[in-house]
Design a protein around this ligand. Structure first.
Ligand SMILES: [Zn+2]
Length: 222
């Protein structure tokens, strides 16, 4: 069980992991390309979301391209049951963002939810595992405050406009007390058009008076 969650070999290069490393060796971990977006308030993710929802800051930690090693890791965590990979990517991002001061003032980490049927099929929600990793790396608490009230079709083969229609109104806040008046960091895996993040943010802010919102995706397209 522990071996599956944290395999003894590096997921990328196959080397035997040194003590203290999980899923990735130090070299491969350091080699994943970071966006550096947390140092630039007007970064590509923030610009993609600007004007669509009110937020304080937004960053995507690793640079996503179909060829990037991080794309394989995201595939592992979404489709191959390797939620330990999600934990580890979250832990790396959380540690680096905390060290850079980007997480200062964040009260609670809220993952974008999966519909329960999809979660049951997959066995976990990768965004929640990412959030738990960020929590381990930063010491901030995770609250699964949102739920998805219906499933939505795969977003990979639909247009930008259709994506927004697919996800509109699918999220509900189930723990308003835990997020009202607090600074929430909404966490998801990859941001492409931002439609899912916008829908989740709308559900949070509509039902949590006085809440402030920031956004973190583990990977982001340019
Ligand atoms: Zn490696």
């Amino acid at each position: 069980m522990l071996d599956f969650l944290f395999p003894a070999e590096c997921r990328l290069c196959g080397c035997v992991l040194p003590r203290g490393s999980r899923c990735l060796c130090p070299l491969c971990s350091a080699g994943l390309q970071r966006t550096g977006y947390h140092r630039d308030p007007d970064n590509a993710l923030a610009m993609r979301l600007a004007g669509r929802i009110p937020f304080e800051r937004a960053t995507g930690h690793f640079l996503y391209t179909p060829e990037a090693p991080v794309a394989m890791l995201i595939h592992d965590m979404k489709y191959r049951g390797m939620y330990g990979v999600a934990r580890e990517l979250g832990r790396i991002a959380g540690g680096e963002l905390a060290a850079a001061g980007w997480l200062a003032g964040i009260d609670v980490l809220v993952p974008v939810p999966l519909h329960w049927m999809k979660r049951m099929r997959r066995g976990y929600n990768q965004a929640e595992e990412l959030a738990r990793g960020v929590g381990e790396g930063s010491g901030i608490a995770v609250l699964t405050a949102l739920r998805a009230i219906r499933g939505h079709k795969s977003q990979t083969r639909v247009s930008r406009a259709q994506r927004a229609v697919n996800v509109r109104g699918i999220f509900r806040l189930r723990h308003p007390d835990g997020v009202a008046g607090r600074h929430i960091l909404l966490i998801d895996d990859v941001c492409t058009t931002g439609a899912t993040l916008v829908a989740a943010a709308e559900a949070l802010l509509a039902a949590a008076p006085g809440a402030r919102l920031s956004i973190l995706t583990i990977a982001c397209t340019v």
